[in-house]
Design a protein around this ligand. Structure first.
Ligand code: RIB
Ligand code: CA
Length: 320
């Protein structure tokens, strides 16, 4: 069976790293490139993290830098969630291999043409790079088989009342992608909540990758500290092992692996709010056809939880 050619567009980020591991440790996928964007931390930080992860995971692919800021809105960042360096404070060894001289949008287009319509994009951060590729290369949409994106929310947001961070990070880019005609599977926050794991399951998955121990220990420590702060805030003692942990980006990468198997989706019409003073970045789900638009997204609803967990664990075991 031919491997699925994939480009991961990402802002590593802790959950980005888990998503990258889930694909690097799965023999169904051939990672052609990792393209980096602004997002959790600035472009220099996300690019360094991508270069380090490529070497740590021994991924035979190029790393290419993309956009340092959004198309129109102000630059956002989430170091409060992922740590100043985006990797929960863990400093990976300096990369020995360089970043590509080509920009992300040129790499995406070149590989899409080479793969002649078979290329899948896994988009895990603000969608600026994908939008710029669409705008620079009008026929790009013809050569992308599907986008699996982590982004949006059918309900409340996380970094603003109504908006999920990746979309809030570049709402205009999201709208360009949503209206591009490229098939999209959307793993929004609702899907992330549906696919939450327990602290005990996280420990089991992270603990399966002996070679990645310092990194996964930093991630686990980060999750436990995050959990302890949440307990303090709500004034409740909840055992970490039975708590709900969401690895948002990994739900999008594993949705690719389980599509056609146990992934359940629903056709939806989704647009992105780019004008609202309080609602900028909100993904608006037109459930009743008011916008008179054809469905443009397959919204991920659920997937087999045991398979999700098993795919993550087997990918981590690949690095024992
Ligand atoms: O809202 C979650 C998303 O924002 C994830 O992609 C996480 O890495 C951050 O970028
Ligand atoms: Ca991300």
């Amino acid at each position: 069976m031919r491997k699925i050619p994939v480009i991961i567009d990402t802002d590593p980020g802790i959950d980005d790293a888990v998503a990258i591991i889930s694909l690097a440790g799965n023999d169904k996928v051939d990672i052609k490139a990792i393209t980096t964007t602004h997002g959790n931390v600035g472009l220099e930080g996300t690019t360094r993290n991508a270069l380090c992860l490529r070497e740590l995971l021994d991924i035979d692919c190029i790393v290419s830098k993309g956009a340092a800021k959004p198309m129109i809105v102000s630059l956002k960042e989430a170091s409060s969630v992922h740590g100043e360096n985006g990797m929960a404070g863990y400093e990976m060894e300096n990369p020995t291999k360089r970043v590509s001289d080509k920009a992300a949008w040129d790499v995406m287009y070149e590989i899409a043409k080479e793969e002649n319509g078979e290329l899948t994009l896994v988009v895990l951060g603000p969608m600026t790079n994908v939008a710029l590729t669409i705008l620079k290369y009008p026929d790009f949409f013809k050569y992308v088989k599907r986008i699996y994106m982590m982004g949006g929310s059918r309900d409340f947001g996380n970094h603003s009342q109504n908006a999920e961070f990746n979309i809030w990070g570049d709402p205009h880019a999201c709208q360009v992608v949503l209206t591009s005609g490229i098939p999209i599977t959307m793993a929004d926050m609702g899907f992330g909540q549906e696919m939450s794991l327990t602290g005990a399951e996280i420990k089991e998955i992270y603990g399966s990758a002996k070679k990645l121990k310092p990194l996964t220990q930093a991630f686990l420590k980060h999750d436990i500290e995050w959990h302890e702060r949440m307990c303090e805030r709500i004034g409740q003692e909840i055992d970490f092992d039975s708590s709900d942990i969401i690895i948002y980006d990994a739900t999008a990468s594993v949705a690719l692996l389980l599509d056609g198997e146990s992934l359940v989706t629903e056709d939806c019409t989704v647009v992105c709010e780019t004008q609202g003073s309080e609602t900028e970045g909100q993904t608006v789900f037109d459930m009743k056809g008011h916008l008179k638009m054809k469905p443009n997204v397959q919204l991920a609803i659920t997937m087999d939880r045991e398979k999700y967990k098993r795919l993550l664990k087997s990918a981590f075991e690949h690095f024992e």
